[in-house]
Design a binder for this molecule. Structure first.
Ligand code: PMP
Length: 291
């Protein structure tokens, strides 16, 4: 399948308050964001015409911008409306939604005073992040050579474009070697997250997942923790050393794009998707489509 370049598609993109033809939703090459990484974004999914956890995503977008010391000139309610309107304008009920807020070209300097914050929202069809055929059997991951930074080194709580530099390098390196994704450790050497998804492990019917001090606190992660606890499953949020992976029977990733994706392999460790993973995967599929 050839990929249609993302700048050469039909449709509309919401940009700074108006809909503009898809191919005209441009920014100048001297945009501050392009040079200094002053950009934050969200990834959302609409299921059957409803964007799942829309307000949570929009609130995180605003929080991410605040962490990078800029303000989105649209309220949470206005951004929510713009996301819904963009899906409607594109005639899509099941789609991926990508808001991105970034500093414009008024200033090319490390200092960003005087830049205008721009906001764009684009939506497109995007069926499954990982190959659906192998998804149920579990995807294969290898270890990333990059580590999630110390929160004193980078604003790890923000969904900031700059933090994805090491994710892109890690995922491309893994894919080149035939893996679906890479598992990153944090700066201390504990298991952190995949390049665009959080991770959970199963042992004796209980879940174990890393704390959120050096990783993104995924909205899917929070949803899955609540779903598991509602089923009476104990969830341990704690530091996990890589060697401990030998003691877990199941493993899965969570994320807006990944949804709940079973994992069969991380480096030297093997897992077999079983009852708990598959039931959470099915519960999640039901929940996102529930009215
Ligand atoms: N970690 C990273 C690095 C991500 O990019 C994502 C996707 N946004 C996640 C975790 C999962 O977050 P969410 O469940 O909010 O999509």
């Amino acid at each position: 399948m050839t990929l249609v370049p993302f700048n050469d598609r039909d449709g509309w993109i919401w940009l700074d308050g108006d809909f503009v033809p898809w191919r005209e939703a441009n920014t100048h090459v001297l945009s501050h964001a392009l040079h200094y990484g002053s950009s934050v974004f969200e990834g959302e999914r609409s299921y059957g015409g409803r964007i799942f956890k829309l307000t949570e995503h929009t609130e995180r977008l605003h929080r991410s911008a605040a962490i990078l010391d800029f303000e989105i000139p649209w309220s949470v309610e206005q951004v929510n409306d713009a996301c819904r309107q963009t899906c409607e304008k594109m005639g899509l009920e099941d789609c991926y939604v990508r808001p991105v807020a970034f500093r414009g070209p008024e200033q090319v300097s490390v200092t960003a005073f005087g830049t205008r914050t721009r906001l764009a929202i684009a939506v497109w069809e995007w069926p499954s992040y990982f190959d659906p055929e192998i998804k149920r059997r579990g995807i294969r991951l290898d270890w990333a050579k990059w580590r999630r930074p110390d929160p004193r080194t980078a604003p790890s709580e923000a969904k900031a474009a700059g933090l994805y530099m090491i994710c892109t390098l890690s995922k491309m390196d893994a894919e080149r070697r035939g893996y679906a994704d890479a598992m990153m450790l944090d700066w201390r050497g504990f298991v952190a997250e995949a390049t665009g998804a959080n991770v959970f492990f199963v042992r004796d019917g209980e879940l174990h997942t890393p704390p959120v001090d050096a990783i993104l606190n995924g909205i899917t992660r929070q949803t899955v923790i609540a779903m598991a606890e509602a089923k009476g499953v104990t969830v341990h949020v704690r530091d996990i050393a890589p060697a401990e992976l030998a003691s877990f029977s199941e493993c899965f990733l969570t994320g807006t794009a990944a949804e709940v994706t079973p994992v069969s392999e991380i480096g030297e460790y093997r897992f077999t998707p079983a009852d708990l993973t598959l039931s959470l995967m099915d519960d999640y599929e039901r929940l996102v489509r529930a009215a």
